[in-house]
Ligand binder design. Sequence first.
Ligand code: SF4
Length: 251
Amino acid sequence: MELFNPIAKAQEIRSFVERDGLRKYYRVPRAGSWYGGIATADCCGCNLKCAFCWINKPRDNPEKIGHFYTPEQIFNKITACAARHGYRLLRLSGNEPTLCKQHLLELLGLVDKTNYLFILETNGTLLDVDYVTALAQFKNLHVRVSLKGTNAEEHSLLTGAIGDSFENIIDAIALLKKHKIRFNVAAMLSFSPDKNVMLLKERLRTIASSVGEDFEEEYVFLYPHVVRRLKRAGLEPFRAYSSQGIPQELK
Ligand code: SF4
C-alpha cells in the first residue's frame, strides 16, 4: 500500500468540502447520548482512511453528498438542538472537524459567546503550532485527540498515512498542553498488543501525567460494512464491540 501525507490529503479533500468559508455537512443537527448528551453536526470529508472507519460516502465521496453551511447556520442548528434536549455540549463529528480551519474558528468564536462547551474531536493530524495557537483563544473548548494505534507503524497500517503523521500528532498533544488548552487523548486499541498500549501510555505520561489519567480506550464496532472493510485491509482486531455494542475478546 502506498502511504499518503495527511496534510496533502487534507488539501485535496478541502476542494470538495470547503467553499468561501462554508463547509459541507451531511447530517445537521443530530442529538446523541455520547458524553451524557451532545448536539452534533456531521461534516463531510476526512484526511485519513482508517480501515475501521464506520463512515462510507461522506468520507470516500464527499463531492457526492451533503450541503454547504456557514458557521452561523451550524451554530444556530446545533444550539437549537441542544436547547431542545437540555444539553450543554456541542460538537462536529462524522468526519474530521479541523479540515476547514477558518470555518471551525468562526464557529468556536460563536460558541465562546455562550455557556455551551464545544468538544473538538479530532484525529490531530492538522494541529500544528498555528492551529493550536488559534485554538488557545477559546475558553469554551475541550479538544479530544484520537490516536489511531499506539505507534507510527500501527498508525500507517490502520490509516494509510505516513508514519511521521503519528509523530506530528504526539507533538500536537504536547502543544495543547503547552498552550493550556483543555484536552484529553483517546486511542483506537483494537489492533494493538498490550505491550504497545503500555508503551504509548508511558510516552503520553512524559507530556503530562493527566494525559495518562484521562486516557480513553477506543475499540472498533463490528458493523457489517466495517467487517468488510477490515477483511479487505487484512486486519483482525484483538478486541472489539459487536454491532450491538457488546465487548468482545477476539484473539
Ligand atoms: S479519522 Fe475518523 S473519520 Fe477519519 S477515517 Fe479515521 S475513523 Fe474515519
